[in-house]
Every structure is written in structure tokens, then in C-alpha cells.
Design a protein around this ligand. Structure first.
Ligand SMILES: [Zn+2]
Ligand SMILES: [Zn+2]
Length: 341
């Protein structure tokens, strides 16, 4: 449905905006609008444990499983390591995935892989690390992805990062988690269907359309380099939501080049730094959305990273509708974040 050309200068009380990929609606309550500064997290007593108690600072002493990947610094100390999660949500048990039914219900064994990707520094968040360190993290994502995608029963690989207690991080030491699972999640299915429908109607990828529009308009672009843009999406689901999108059409994350790994690392580092500075180290979740690895073609899809700072707590309306009432315009959030360096 075409929207009129009304924009933030119009006297609307609130705006409903639609995501062109998923068709989801979001609400921006302009009458309740807040200044960007008011989203800053209040200071709290540091919940960071000392490094001597940290299970990720000393993985070999705290009973972590054997590394599946390790990187070293020039001085011979490790800089990044990947190992199976001690308390996995998915685990490899056999070569077959057991299915069962119970009357109208259907169930499946949680077969898969669940790994933890740990960078060396206990204190520094990704926004405080160097681009080189974050680019190494991206290289670890790709290396583990390429290995696990070949395994039987793996249909989808999800890479996520939780930062801060309010984002569900159980360990304060910066880390990502990788889940290689036998199913494609409903959120991904929705994006795959949405991009396929968009392609059929418009003969163009929805994300490429978005990238071209945002590069022309500039008002929602927070950062860009040769390969990526960082934007506050038009239909942001939460205040200060950021998406990192490859500029060229790319359905498959695992096919990025070495140059793009560096650029992606820089885009993550810059986005996280801007949120860290602008919102005073907020709790954050980010996750990679890429094509499934089930052997089918997804040439209409376009991989990207979604970053969601936890700036509000979902109440009844949000839980009931799945629609968040955001109190800042994405354009204003972009203006504010662009200045944080
Ligand atoms: Zn640590
Ligand atoms: Zn595209």
C-alpha cells in the first residue's frame, strides 16, 4: 500500500509504519516523544565479576569443552576461542533427527550444535574494541559457519550476541553464541517469504531497494563504508534499532570476502560504539539473519545484522500485538547516533 508523502514535519499524533520485508507494523507515538538523551541508561553498580572468577577468561580451568577454533596474538596468547556451550540448547546425539507425534502435535529432537565465541578482553565491549578485533570475530563467525553448514541435519545457523543482564546475558564477559539447528525459525521464514513476494511484485530485492533509498535520502544512515551501511530502519521496532546491510546484493553471509569481513567488523564496531556512547552502555541483542543452509536457493534474500538495544520493557500492548510503541522517530535516532564518535 503506497504511503502518502507525509513526514515528521506533519502534525500527526502518532505514526504507523510498515516493514516492507515482513509486513509488520510499528507505532511511533510522537505525542509521547522523548529526547534522545532521555534513553541513556542510569548508572548502576557494576555487575561485572572479577576476571579471576570468570569462566571465559580461564576456559581451560573452568571445565569448558575443547576449542573448535582458536586465534592467537603475536605474543602467543589466545585472542579468540570457540568451544561447545557447557549447557547446550542443542546437541549432537546421533546421525538422525528423531521425530514423534502426540495426537495432533508434532515434536522433534533438539539435535544440533551450540557454540560460544569468546573474545579475550573481559571488560571491553565490541564498541570499545579495535576494528581488527571485531573483524577477527567476523572471521570466526564465517569459519565456524562454513564447517557446521556441511553437517547433516543442520538447516539453519543463527549467530547472536547478548550484552547486559537486561538482554539475557548470563556472563558479563563479551561473547557470541552460534546455534546450528535442524529447523528454520518462523522469523526467518517470514523474511524469506516477504523478500520473495517483494521480488515477484517489484522485480527487485527488498533490501537492495532499502539500501538504494537510504543512500539517496541519507536521513537514516548512521555509518557507511565501501561494503556496508548502518541504518535506523524506517519501521524500527524499538528505539535506536540498527541494521547493518551489505551494499551489494548478497543472500549468503558465508560468502563474504576478506575485505568485506574487515568492513563488516568496522560497521559492527562503529554501530556498537555509537550505542555505547549515546545511550551509556545499554543492554543489547544482535543477531545475524542469513539464508538457510538446507541446500535450496535463496537468491531473492539479502543477509544483514539486526541490533536491538533494550531501551524499554514490553508491556501488555506490545506482548498482545507484537507491535512496539516507540517514542522516538528513527530519523531523530539516526541524527543523534551519527554524532556519537
Ligand atoms: Zn572474563
Ligand atoms: Zn538485495
Amino acid at each position: 500500500m503506497p504511503l502518502s508523502s507525509q513526514n515528521q514535519d506533519s502534525p500527526m499524533i502518532s505514526e504507523l509504519r510498515q516493514d516492507i520485508v515482513t509486513g509488520d507494523w510499528v507505532v511511533i507515538a510522537k505525542a509521547r516523544a522523548q529526547k534522545p538523551e532521555s534513553f541513556k541508561k542510569e548508572e548502576e553498580a557494576s555487575s561485572k565479576f572479577s576476571t579471576s572468577e570468570c569462566v571465559f577468561c580461564h576456559p581451560e580451568e573452568t571445565g569448558q569443552k575443547k576449542d573448535t577454533l582458536i586465534y592467537y596474538r603475536d605474543d602467543g596468547e589466545w585472542s579468540l576461542r570457540v568451544f561447545p556451550n557447557k549447557f547446550p540448547a542443542f546437541e549432537r546425539q546421533s546421525n538422525t533427527v528423531r521425530h514423534w507425534t502426540e495426537g495432533p502435535y508434532f515434536g522433534m529432537e533438539g539435535v544440533g550444535y551450540h557454540e560460544v565465541i569468546v573474545t579475550r578482553s573481559h571488560q571491553r565491549t565490541y564498541g570499545e574494541m579495535t576494528v581488527e578485533e571485531v573483524a577477527e570475530l567476523v572471521d570466526a563467525f564465517r569459519t565456524r559457519y562454513l564447517d557446521l553448514m556441511k553437517r547433516k541435519s543442520v538447516k539453519y545457523i543463527m549467530i547472536i550476541h547478548n550484552h547486559g543482564k537486561n538482554a539475557g546475558a548470563s556472563q558479563p564477559h563479551p561473547h557470541c553464541q552460534l546455534f546450528a539447528i535442524p529447523v528454520i525459525s518462523p522469523g526467518i521464514e517470514l523474511e524469506l517469504k516477504g523478500t520473495e513476494n517483494y521480488y515477484k511484485s517489484n522485480k527487485e530485492c527488498a533490501f537492495c531497494t532499502m539500501v538504494n533509498w537510504e543512500l539517496k535520502e541519507k536521513k537514516r544512515v548512521v555509518f557507511e563504508n565501501d561494503s556496508f551501511i548502518v541504518i535506523t530502519p524506517f519501521a524500527s521496532r524499538s528505539a535506536f534499532e540498527l541494521w547493518i546491510i551489505p551494499k551489494k546484493h548478497s543472500p549468503y553471509f558465508e560468502r563474504i570476502t576478506q575485505r568485506e569481513e574487515w568492513d563488516f567488523g568496522e560497521a559492527i564496531q562503529k554501530a556498537m560504539k555509537k550505542l555505547f556512547l549515546g545511550l551509556n552502555d545499554p543492554a543489547i541483542n544482535f543477531y545475524l539473519h542469513t539464508s538457510p543452509c538446507d541446500g535450496r536457493d535463496y537468491d531473492h534474500y539479502h543477509w544483514h545484522l539486526e541490533i536491538l538495544p533494550r531501551t524499554s520493557i514490553w508491556a501488555g500492548f506490545e506482548m498482545a500485538t507484537g507491535v512496539e510503541v516507540s517514542t522516538i522517530l528513527p530519523e531523530e535516532a539516526a541524527r543523534f547516533l551519527k554524532k556519537q564518535n
